[in-house]
Design a protein around this ligand. Structure first.
Ligand code: NZQ
Ligand code: ZN
Length: 395
């Protein structure tokens, strides 16, 4: 196990009606004027924005609203938010929504005190030194942004989707009411579950030895998602299923299951190019990429694929041919994704095989020209993973 340092400073407040605490929680953190930042309409239609506004104003806070965050959030609205906060003297940001609204809020929070262009942080030209405090009311269990140190933004001029990890990105509080996710369309519920599974799997595939505890934690989180996701897809108002998924979203990505091990993250980099180009849901893109990446990795190492197949997917270990067990695990993963309505191929996602060279070129490689840490991929290997993702699956 690797050495690590870990701090998850977010106050998680979980359960029915917790969104009504937004005002007093922000006030306790010294807020005077709050930017209420949200998505393209779902939270307005459900009456949530009105309720949250009431809570903020009830606590004596002034409120400035900026809605309109689109899935795969763009830099344009971030620039607008930064200007608005400066002009209005906003001192606290409250994001209401899923990963997109939260990530947009995180970028604004870093951009307001910074004299240069916030994008400098995302292209590693500068390191953030301060941020406005940020709170969250979560409406979608998926990205884990409510507890993570990361944010992902698409820079509009060149359509470049990039992530930024920094401790300042962690929200001060996250209010998590599972019932707020009951209005999610089934596709978004499934896409969110897939994203959480991918966050766990990215951490699971490591070359680090002596990581039994986190192996087991990862497997437990995966098994809980596998049980809850089909229930929530079928019965959107099932509180217990929604609650399992909501907390799984946080645990999958606040790093607790990845401590002491180096995760892979190639699949996320490959997916970011899909959602940047085709504007698809991030989780749906991962449903196409992750099994393809696993199939590619079969040539390098089947130990963890086998372990996953046996412990999580209930496969019986074929001692003589462990690669068969590994493959069976991948097939069960694909069958599960299909059963909750996720796409498995480029075609089902709306991506095009002829774009593969362009996608592979845009992927963010490390300085050594490789992406991922488990068995890293060069550009030719990335193209191959994308090609595997084009092949139809008949299981
Ligand atoms: O915009 P509105 O109208 O609110 O609709 C959203 C959006 O269309 C809708 N929605 C959200 N909550 C709802 C709801 N509809 C009905 N009822 C509700 N309660 O769902 C759609 C998707 O929302 P979005 O926020 O885009 O989804 P998600 O949480 O999956 O976030 C995706 C973004 O997060 C990034 C992704 O790349 C993508 O840009 N990620 C962020 C990470 C992080 N910050 O740590 C890590 C992830 O790996 C991921 O990359
Ligand atoms: Zn993700």
């Amino acid at each position: 196990m690797l050495n690590f340092e870990y701090c998850s400073p977010t106050q998680f407040v979980f359960g029915r009606d917790v969104e009504t605490q937004a005002g007093r929680r922000a006030k306790a953190l010294g807020a005077g004027k709050v930017l209420l930042h949200y998505g393209s309409g779902s939270a307005v239609r459900s009456g949530l924005i009105a309720r949250v506004r009431e809570s903020l104003e009830g606590a004596g806070l002034q409120v400035v609203e900026l809605g309109g965050v689109r899935p795969n959030p763009r830099s344009g609205l971030v620039y607008q938010g930064i200007e608005l906060c400066r002009a209005q003297g906003v001192d606290f940001i409250l994001a209401v929504g899923g990963g997109s609204a939260i990530d947009s809020a995180k970028a604004i929070a870093l951009g307001v005190p910074y004299e240069g262009d916030f994008w400098d942080f995302y292209c590693k030209k500068a390191v953030p030194q301060s941020a406005l405090p940020l709170g969250v009311v979560l409406t979608m269990a998926a990205a884990g942004s409510e507890g993570s140190d990361s944010a992902v933004i698409t820079h509009e001029p060149e359509n470049l989707k990039r992530g930024l990890h920094c401790e300042l990105n962690r929200p001060r509080f996250s209010l998590m009411n599972p019932l707020l996710t009951a209005t999610l369309p089934a596709y978004q519920t499934a896409s969110g579950a897939t994203d959480m599974m991918a966050h766990v799997l990215e951490r699971y595939f490591t070359l680090e030895k002596g990581v039994d505890l986190t192996d087991r934690l990862c497997e437990a989180v995966l098994m809980a998602i596998i049980k809850a996701a089909p229930v929530a897809v079928k019965n959107p108002e099932d509180y217990d299923a929604r609650a399992q998924l909501m907390w799984a979203s946080t645990v999958a990505h606040n790093d607790s299951v990845g401590l002491g091990r180096t995760g892979d993250w190639a699949s996320h980099q490959l997916e970011h190019e899909l959602s940047a180009k085709y504007d698809v849901a991030h989780g749906a893109g991962l449903a196409v990429i992750f099994p393809a990446w696993m199939r590619y990795q079969m040539r390098n190492d089947t130990r963890l694929l086998c372990q996953l197949a046996v412990r999580v997917w209930g496969c019986e270990l074929d001692f003589e041919h462990p690669e068969r067990t590994a493959l069976q695990g991948i097939e069960r993963f694909e069958a599960f994704l299909k059963s909750i309505g996720m796409p498995l191929t480029f075609e089902e996602l709306g991506a095009k095989e002829e774009d593969i060279p362009e996608l592979a070129k845009k992927v963010k490689y490390a300085d050594n020209g490789l992406v991922g840490n488990f068995y890293p991929l060069d550009r030719a290997a990335v193209e191959e993973v994308y090609r595997i993702a084009c092949q139809s699956r008949d299981n």
